[in-house]
Design a binder for this molecule. Structure first.
Ligand SMILES: Cc1ncc(COP(=O)(O)O)c(C=O)c1O
Length: 442
């Protein structure tokens, strides 16, 4: 089928997320390999966001495709009541790479369902109902996960499920408490959280959910003391700590899991995306021994038809093998440092670049209309203008795909990317930022 024909049918029948359908104008992708995508006219694009920050091992990996083929020849799916080699081996391999005693895995179809099941689990374990999460967070689009979310995607789902409470977490470039630097703030957000918990009734709170590094709200890397402090507050009050590693996990931040940057072990990890590198959708809720011990005597009242889907688990096994065999976690750390230096050059050069935050091969360029006052360019939820749309068009025209919204330009290439390819991609972004510079004062 020709590209034009595909697009015509697409616009007649396919519903896209988050947008008015009138505004949807997708590129037709024909094939993908490594870090590259090709459209129907054979134009090549660098996939500088690994899809939606999930194709961590890159496209078309032969090992993963062969492993999936072998599993399909045996069977693709059996009831979740049965044990299978794919499911048990993947759970074992996950337990080998997760921190501490996070050794017990419940498989879901993707990230939001892992979050959804964690919401249920923490309430069942503690018998408490309130759950805390931060403003400027994203946890998924299903009822519980979107209520947990602290950004505008939640507004349309309100009032949402009851008992979910928000707090201010660290965003040091735009400190919610007005501090200029991490050195002088005395971790005010942690102190405020402690006060909020005291006033709210610590014994009514089942869990605190955090992204170890906030993803789609701007790659916000919290100070180590904040995350350690949250763990401490949880321990003091019998509150469970759930870490959302849907985006931060699987090498994205230069470690297997984002929480490893803080030397903290949570009670539950939820994850998806890089678990299978998106070859097949798969998510997981991973319990520590404490949670496992509770459910050893009590039923876990939750279930999914496709929990532990054999084909998806086989993809997960092969994906972890690729991370290990190709040393991709270390590559993310090392090439992430290189990426950071390249992006710092853009910060120096472009009047529209206000801040650069980078951890592993995961970065955000935050735009501003005034470096000194840090005034936004597009504004929160595009309240001033839509810069991201124009910027993405410029990038497409130069052969690069990435995901941008509001004042955020997200960078998260497949972890197999080389330094030379990073140079190419940053060169294209450098050129496209001239568009962002030109929007200042408009
Ligand atoms: C931190 C985080 N949690 C949860 C989700 C939801 O995952 P999914 O879209 O697989 O349901 C996402 C998706 O981007 C995410 O970034």
């Amino acid at each position: 089928m020709k590209g034009d024909e595909i697009k015509k049918i697409d616009r007649q029948h396919v519903v896209y997320s988050w947008k008015a359908q009138r505004d949807v104008d997708p590129l037709v992708i024909e094939r993908a390999d490594g870090i590259y995508l090709w459209d129907a006219d054979d134009n090549r694009y660098i996939d500088f966001c690994a899809g939606l920050l999930c194709v961590n091992i890159g496209h078309g990996n032969k090992h993963i495709l062969d492993t999936m083929k072998k599993q399909m020849q045996k069977f693709t799916y059996v009831s979740g009541l049965f044990a299978t080699e794919a499911k048990s081996r993947l759970a074992q391999m996950i337990s080998e790479v997760t921190p501490g005693d996070l050794d017990y895995v419940f498989f879901t179809n993707a990230g939001a369902e892992a979050v959804e099941n964690a919401i249920k689990a923490v309430r069942m374990v503690t018998g408490r109902h309130k759950i805390y999460s931060r403003w400027r967070s994203y946890h998924g689009a299903t009822a519980g996960a979107i209520t947990l979310t602290g950004d505008p995607r939640r507004w349309y789902a309100e009032p949402g499920i009851p008992g979910l409470v928000k707090f201010f977490g660290p965003y040091c470039y735009r400190c919610p408490f007005g501090y200029e630097s991490e050195e002088t703030c005395g971790l005010q957000c942690l102190e405020t959280l402690k006060t909020q918990i005291m006033l709210d009734g610590p014994k009514t709170i089942a869990a605190i959910f955090i992204e170890p590094i906030v993803g789609t709200n701007g790659i916000l890397v919290p100070p180590v003391g904040f995350v350690k402090g949250v763990r401490q507050v949880c321990d003091e009050h019998g509150i469970l700590l759930v870490v959302d590693e849907v985006m931060a996990g699987w090498g994205r931040s230069g470690k297997w899991f984002g929480i490893e940057h803080y030397d903290v072990v949570p009670d539950i990890i939820v994850t998806a995306k890089g678990l299978t590198s998106a070859y097949v959708p798969l998510g997981a809720m991973i319990w520590s021994k404490k949670i496992w011990d509770h459910f050893y005597d009590h039923p876990f009242v939750g279930g999914l038809t496709y929990s532990g889907h054999a084909l998806a688990c086989a993809a997960g096994i092969a994906s972890i093998e690729v991370y290990r065999n190709e040393d991709l976690i270390e590559k993310s750390r090392v090439n992430g440092e290189y990426l950071n230096t390249k992006l710092m050059e853009l910060l120096e050069k472009h009047p529209s670049v206000g801040d650069v935050r980078c951890k592993g091969l995961w970065a955000c360029i935050e735009l501003t209309s005034d470096k000194k006052t840090k005034a936004p360019l597009a504004g929160f939820a595009n309240s001033k203008m839509n810069v991201a749309g124009g910027l993405m068009r410029e990038l497409f025209a130069c052969g690069l795909y990435l995901f941008a919204k509001w004042d955020f330009i997200f960078i998260a290439p497949p972890l197999i990317i080389t330094k030379e390819e990073i140079d190419d991609a940053v060169g294209i972004i450098d050129k496209a930022l001239e568009y962002a510079d030109s929007q200042i004062g408009k």
